[in-house]
Design a protein around this ligand. Sequence first.
Ligand SMILES: Nc1ncnc2c1ncn2[C@@H]1O[C@H](COP(=O)(O)OP(=O)(O)OP(=O)(O)O)[C@@H](O)[C@H]1O
Ligand SMILES: [Mg+2]
Length: 333
Amino acid sequence: MTQIPAAAPAAPALSIHDLRKTYARDGAKTGVEALKGVSLDVMPGDFFALLGPNGAGKSTLIGIVSSLVNPTSGQVHIFGTDLVRNRSAAMRLIGLVPQEINFNMFEKPLDILVNYAGFYGVAREEALVRAEEELRRAQLWEKATVMSRTLSGGMKRRLMIARAMMTRPRLLILDEPTAGVDIEIRRGMWKTLREINEAGTTIILTTHYLEEAEHLCRNMAIIDRGRIVEQGPIKALLAKLDVEGFLLDIEGRLPHTLPAIEGVTLVATDDHTLDIEMPRAMDLNRVFAALGEAGICVRSMRTKSNRLEELFVRLTGDNAPDGTAQPAPQPVA
Ligand SMILES: Nc1ncnc2c1ncn2[C@@H]1O[C@H](COP(=O)(O)OP(=O)(O)OP(=O)(O)O)[C@@H](O)[C@H]1O
Ligand SMILES: [Mg+2]
């Protein structure tokens, strides 16, 4: 009997392994360690958020993936193509939308797109077809031949996305595409990005806005001080935030078998300490009553710190409405 080989699994759109980056300081051997061994896979078709507070290493990571920054060590593959060994082939698969608006304000949107495509070897006739398509998707077709300087802030940002799409990238990477734009413009951009993703382009974006990640993305990674500290489906990570933890000091010794309390995880950390986790909405008295029935009497309790929550406070603190960053809360001892 002949065996039919299983189809090879699709290569990730982006696969990063043990990526490190140390920025040398004035020729010195030591410097800022911006990435300390980051590993990450983003699958084809995904809409992926890279979240992290200021200085976490997001732009460094994106800079390496888009070949603007040299890694110190580690591997990067784009749809299976090695970025270091086969740089130009890998780069052809990527579209980059940098954080800063960087087109010529004195050019017209149509020219900006057509010239950009020409730079990447797209014939003019084909570039004109693509430019119309992209300008329409970005709701900028009516503005195709005005001076770009006269576009609104939101239009300029949509033009940046349209330009990146001119090379038909399989992976679109955006570094804080909506930083500093108001909610209405942001929602308009979300619509455009969702359409691009639904048409088959994998998208990775960095953001400080949890709301943005929650609205758009399926998966995410949180990077902090050069390391990935959480990774997974966005829904699972948000669910973790709805859980509260306590350490309970017990009178006497704990019984061998702990009672089962629905929705609550109980772990004995030693003979007289219980580590409990429960949904935030649950009434703690219910837990105390159930413990009492099992002959467990609580002497005192402490709140356990939620590392993820602290991180989110640091993230959103950077975007406090008055623009002042909030200090990270100190973990409960
Ligand atoms: N060209 C550079 N030379 C030296 N150090 C750098 C350089 N670029 C970034 N760094 C440092 O590397 C660390 C990570 O910076 P990076 O810009 O990657 O963070 P980020 O997550 O993008 O932050 P933000 O949210 O503020 O944009 C920081 O400590 C930063 O000061
Ligand atoms: Mg950055």
